[in-house]
Design a protein around this ligand. Structure first.
Ligand code: CA
Length: 418
């Protein structure tokens, strides 16, 4: 598929993240407007509430874009998803008869503040990247026991906190927690000294289900994808994780990129999951290409200093697709809701420079990274800004996600001090 040309000329650059082929959905406000739904096109946002009021788009009898989330629209179903995308392409394409009316609804992105694009119902995080699971397992348990016995048979995960999912740009505060290092006789209470990122993709559920669903149904129910940084306190995690998995280590914050890139936009980038070591059971068996070829990158910028790229990998490194994760999530009868967010698990590749967490990049702190500024890092320092970047590269166009950015603030005083 080639670049689709728009009369919004900034959208026609082969390297621009938001061409007409993309049309990602977000929520924005400006000095003069309340939060509402919008779609990115080049350097502009099409104000969908204004477009709805002007009669340019009509997806329902009552307005759905005057609210600060996409949940109401997602709830209209996949026929409405298709219809809106087709109509937006018609409005924004070169030579469109609706250009004048649509121009009146455009807002420069530089004048907009971006907000959470979705009201997150529940957040679940998986652990489905093989290289990451192997690396972390090797550090925690040795290479012989790196992958737990269930790992090649089910996408393992835990139920996280929807209440601490934040949009890109939200600052993150270093947490306090109960820690017990290998040389500590007893646990102690201190700020986390091994605060980390996890480079992940988030899948957003757009169609609810109330029974076990197939992988194909799960793929149909996914609305779109975001970049996701699952901030992780490794020292809290190492002490608390056995046997029930992460708890406070992952509760501080999860950041997502501000634009939901739809499944329709990612269609040309579908790819297969890897060869299976064991045949999967029917409920999560592969039934088509359900991963995506998306280049991913992480940069780290110390406070007031330039950024260094610390990792490059690709979403196609996952062992399980989001559809398989969603299908597995439904097996025991739990309803899945519109707005549920599923983290993929950290996406690492085979080489050292492909590792999606500092824990792996610095091998548990034993091999600190050297940044372009000359500074060393094993984990995140106060004031560091971490940025996740995602781009699917087509023939003459790019499907970008919009960066997922977060700065780590120093720990506050002990919250329990008297
Ligand atoms: Ca994670």
């Amino acid at each position: 598929m080639p670049l689709m040309k728009s009369w919004v000329t900034s959208a026609n650059d082969a390297a621009h993240p938001f061409p007409l082929n993309n049309l990602p959905y977000g929520v924005f406000s400006t000095a003069g407007t309340e939060e509402r739904c919008g779609v990115a096109i080049g350097d502009m946002i099409l104000d969908l509430y204004a477009a709805e009021e002007a009669g340019l788009v009509a997806v329902s009898d009552s307005p759905v874009f005057d609210v600060p989330y996409w949940n109401d629209f997602m709830d209209l179903g996949s026929e409405a998803w298709k219809a809106l995308r087709a109509r937006l392409i018609e409005i924004l394409a070169e030579g469109s008869a609706d250009r004048a009316a649509a121009e009146a609804c455009l807002v420069p992105m530089a004048e907009a503040t971006l907000h959470m694009p979705v009201a997150v119902s529940e957040y679940t995080d998986f652990y489905a990247g093989r290289h990451h699971a192997f690396n972390v397992g090797t550090m925690f348990r040795g290479p012989e026991n790196a992958l737990p016995p269930n790992w090649l048979h089910i996408p393992i995960g835990y139920n996280g906190r929807a209440s601490s999912v934040y949009v890109s740009g939200t600052e993150v505060r270093r947490p306090w927690g109960q820690l017990k290092g290998p040389n500590d006789e007893m646990p102690r209470w201190a700020p986390s000294a091994r605060f980390d990122i996890e480079l992940e993709m988030g899948a957003i559920v757009g169609t609810a289900s109330d029974r076990p669903i197939t992988v194909q149904e799960a793929d149909d129910n996914i609305f779109g994808y975001v970049l996701l940084n699952d901030w992780s306190a490794r020292d809290i995690q190492a002490w608390e994780y056995q046997p029930l998995g992460p708890f406070q280590a992952k509760a501080t914050a999860t950041s997502i990129s501000p634009w939901i890139v739809t499944k329709a936009a990612l269609e040309p980038f579908r790819c297969d999951t890897p060869e299976r070591e064991f045949e999967l059971l029917d409920h999560i068996k592969d039934c088509g290409p359900m991963l995506y070829d998306i280049d991913l990158e992480v940069t780290l910028a110390p406070e007031g200093k330039p950024a260094t790229t610390i990792a490059r990998t690709n979403y196609n490194e996952m062992y399980y697709s989001a559809a398989q994760q969603l299908a597995h999530h439904s097996t025991a009868g739990s309803p899945m809701n519109v707005g549920d967010l599923l983290g993929s698990g950290t996406i690492s590749g085979p080489e050292k420079q492909n590792r999606g967490s500092l824990l792996e990049l610095s091998w548990g702190g034993k091999e600190p990274l050297t940044l372009d500024t000359g500074e060393a890092r094993s984990f995140i320092a106060d004031g560091d800004t971490l940025t996740l970047i995602g781009n699917a590269r087509g023939d003459g166009f790019t499907i970008g996600f919009g960066d997922c950015v977060g700065t780590l603030l120093p720990a506050l005083e002990d919250p329990y001090a008297r």
